[in-house]
Structures are given as C-alpha cells and as structure tokens.
Ligand binder design. Structure first.
Ligand code: PRT
Ligand code: ZN
Length: 285
C-alpha cells in the first residue's frame, strides 16, 4: 500500500508540536526520537526524523513527500516546494538587532555595517529591497554573541520572547520576517499521494479550527433572546432550548477566540447568566 512520507524535525523546537499535531489528527505513531524513521499504525504515513535545515531539500528531491518546517527555513533554502498550510506553532520573527547603546532611526542606519546571521539569503534580499549596502557575515550558531566579541556591528536572528537579545545587550530594530511552522509538499506528487495529503490536510484544518474556537453555553432571559442570538451566530445559528424556569432559555453556540472577550461583555450586558466556555477538540464545517 502506498504511504505518504513526511519529514519532521528530529529534535528541537518543532519536534514536539509536530508530533502533537499528528496525534491530534488521530494518527498514532511510535515515538522514534532516536530513530531515523517510523510508521503510523492507523494512517498510511511514514515519518522521517531529520535536521530542519535538510527538510526542504528532501521534500524537493522527493525523498519525503511532505514536511513540517519553519517558514524561515523554507525561504532561506529556496527549494522548489509548495507551502500547503500554516500550522500555528513555532511562531517567531527574523529580526535585525544592534547594541543597545547605538542610535537607530531607520534601516538606512544599517549602511556600511557588518551583519552576522545564519540567514544570508533572506538578509541579502532585505538589504537589496531597501537599497542598503551592508556586509553579511554568515555564521551558523550563537549569532547573538557576534557584536559582543567584535565580529559584527549588528545581527539578524530569530526572536521569540526577546530575552536572548536582552541578555546580550542588543535591541531589536527591524522585523524582516514573521514565521511559523508550515506544511510543505513536493511539487510533483502522484495522484494517490495528493489524495492522502488532502486527507491529512482535512484533519489538520479541523484541528486548527477547533483551536481557534470555543463552545459556549449560557442562560438567556427570553426577553433578550434575539439580541443574544445575534451576538452568537455560531456555525449556522445557535441552539436554543427552553429552561425549566419560565422566561429563560439555554443558548449553545461557537465563538472565535479573537472575538471572545468582546462577545462575553456584550452577552453580560444583555442579561446572560451562567456562561460556560469549553474547548472544542475537532471542528468540521
Ligand atoms: O537541529 P536542527 O538543525 O534541526 O535544529 P535548529 O537548532 O536549527 O533549530 P531549532 O530547533 O532551534 O528551531 C527550529 C525552528 O523553530 C526555527 O527554524 C524556527 O522556525 C522556530 N523557532 C521559533 C525558533 C525560535 N522560535 C527561537 N526563538 N528557532 C530558534 N529560536 C532561537 C533563536 O535563534 C535565538 O537563539 O531562540 C533564541 C531566541 O529566543 P528568545 O525567546 O530569547 O527571543
Ligand atoms: Zn537547523
């Protein structure tokens, strides 16, 4: 039977979330951190564990059909692969930072500087687009120490909390790229593999939607029922059930995480009581 071959990071920041996503998609795999590959027991999927830097090339070459990797790596490696879906984890930004004491007004201030980075392709492109002449010094790790040891005047590196920059006396001055983990695929998948990818993608999207939404239950006074239902359109329309208490109804619906607090306030203003909010495991529209 044909199997979809997926490359994920062997160890590192994306490993656990990649494995968790597969689990949430109902795919059981043996945890093979120390192995090169493993198989799913209930989905036609083989998983290869690789260094993240190598994943775009393996997917381009067709050694793996699909892979999970940071967008930053996809853009840096410039391999011919399709970006299929953003996955909502591994979020970070690729930023330029300079020493805290240096005055910085605009990207023009980078002219003539030496920038240490592990992302020479992306940085070169940024400098070109902004018409800045600066030197790029490529290093593979510990980029944040470069200004401190006199190797460069600036750096361009991944940032998430900002504490690494802070601890090294650096300040973030330009965000070049916002990145997160993405699902990539080979550009010439056979029809069968494409169908398996679509099956997996359907599950991934259901998991993502569920994470962005909450199930809400509340008690509403019947005289304000219409206003409350308008606030909770849900997937089609809210479910309304009469309570044993006369004049009250129970309303069930789905709310988006982003609108959540605004909606709660309006619901309370309209007399809603006993509001319960529960996570959704899977959501298929
Ligand atoms: O061994 P392998 O080559 O597979 O792994 P790696 O060491 O190259 O990568 P890894 O595991 O560090 O990161 C994998 C991916 O996670 C990256 O390509 C990004 O897409 C994503 N990611 C998200 C991050 C960060 N956040 C991040 N904060 N990758 C690295 N960092 C590093 C950054 O380089 C800096 O050293 O964390 C430090 C900054 O973090 P803060 O929180 O102090 O700002
Ligand atoms: Zn790497």
């Amino acid at each position: 039977m044909i199997k979809l071959r997926m490359a994920i990071q062997k160890s590192g920041r994306l490993h656990d979330d990649s494995m968790k996503l597969l689990k949430e998609c109902g795919i059981d795999i043996n945890n093979g951190v120390n192995k090169l590959k493993t198989e799913a027991s209930n989905f036609p999927l083989e998983v290869f564990f690789l260094r993240d830097d190598d994943i775009p090339q393996y997917v381009e070459d067709g050694v793996a059909d699909i892979g999970i990797v940071g967008e930053n790596v996809v853009l840096e490696k410039q391999r011919q692969v399709n970006e299929v879906e953003k996955l909502g984890f591994g979020k970070c930004r690729l930023s330029v930072a300079v020493s805290k004491g240096v005055s910085y007004q605009s990207s023009k201030d980078l002219s003539g500087l030496k920038i240490a980075t592990s992302y020479p392709v992306i940085v070169k492109d940024f400098l070109k687009k902004n018409n800045i002449a600066a030197d790029i010094h490529e290093i593979s790790g510990s980029v944040e120490i470069a200004p401190g040891i006199g190797l460069s005047n600036a750096i361009c590196d991944l940032v998430s909390s900002g504490s690494t920059l802070f601890m090294n006396g650096l300040k973030e001055v330009e965000v070049i790229l916002k990145s997160e983990a993405v699902l990539i695929s080979n550009q010439k998948l056979s029809l069968e593999l494409e169908q398996l990818l679509q099956k997996l993608l359907f599950r991934i999207q259901a998991v993502k939607k569920a994470k962005n939404n909450k199930y809400i239950l509340l008690n509403a006074p019947n005289n304000n029922l219409e206003a409350i239902c308008k606030l909770l359109p849900g997937m089609k329309s809210p479910t309304v059930l009469p309570l044993a208490d006369q004049g009250w109804s129970s309303v069930h619906s789905v709310v988006n995480e982003n609108d959540f607090w605004d909606i709660i306030e309006s619901l309370k203003e309209n007399g809603a009581e006993g509001i319960l909010v529960v996570p959704i495991e899977k959501m298929i529209i």
